[in-house]
Write a protein that binds this ligand. Structure first.
Ligand SMILES: [Zn+2]
Length: 221
């Protein structure tokens, strides 16, 4: 089945993508992963992406569409978990038509909703070791002694992009970009979930919500 994961930075989307992927044996792909993997291929598209990335240009919506479609054709039995796609309403419409043409059911959109202030709290309580890059979260995963890396004894610092003002700005941009795409998904295939809980509680909710869709997918394959 085609599962689209939406949620702001810091919503735990990556963790849930991994859990869903393991549970249903469906490959989980972020747009970044797909672009990097395609750029390694010796194909026209791979070459085009390499050039675009090397020139520091933005990979077009159309190129990303083609890559997503290729991935879908490589995984027709399982489907895909997509993280970061679609980014625009045009991509959402493209995906829908492409699925319809190939006899796939419409995608299921899972939206992990976490209030801005909770995200700010989560992300601004991160500290990183500049030496070994390990990240600690002072709410969930504290270092054994405050301010000191467990692995290499480096002095932990807060990254600039984890400062509250920067986080709020990133969230604002996220909502501006994603709002219209989310508004596109309504009805039974839109699953808004409270992401402001422990990861295993969120995952249990996701399992309950996705189970009927998955059963139908299996029955139709
Ligand atoms: Zn360290």
């Amino acid at each position: 089945m085609i599962i689209l994961l939406f949620g702001p930075p810091g919503s735990g989307k990556g963790t849930q993508a991994r859990l869903i992927s393991e549970w249903l044996s469906v490959p989980s792909l972020s747009t970044g992963d797909m672009l990097r993997s395609e750029a390694r291929q010796d194909s026209d598209l791979g070459r085009k992406i390499r050039e675009t990335l090397a020139e520091g240009r933005y990979v077009s919506d159309e190129m990303v569409n083609v890559i997503v479609l290729q991935q879908l054709e490589r995984n027709p039995a399982s489907g895909l978990v997509l993280d970061g796609y679609p980014r625009t309403v045009r991509q959402a419409v493209y995906l829908e038509n492409a699925l319809l043409e190939r006899g796939f059911p419409p995608p299921v959109a899972v939206h992990l909703d976490v209030p801005t202030e909770q995200i700010v709290e989560r992300l601004s309580s991160r500290e990183q070791c500049p030496a070994c890059r390990r990240i600690f979260n002072l709410l969930q995963q504290q270092p054994r002694s405050p301010g000191v890396c467990d692995d290499c004894s480096g002095s932990l610092v807060r990254r600039d992009d984890d400062k509250p003002d920067v986080i709020r700005e990133r969230l604002h941009t996220y909502h501006e970009l994603t709002g219209p795409v989310l508004a596109h998904y309504t009805g039974a295939n839109y699953l808004p979930l409270d992401g402001n809980r422990k990861p295993d509680a969120v995952f249990r909710d996701i399992q309950v919500s996705l189970d009927p869709f998955h059963k139908r997918w299996i029955a139709d394959r």
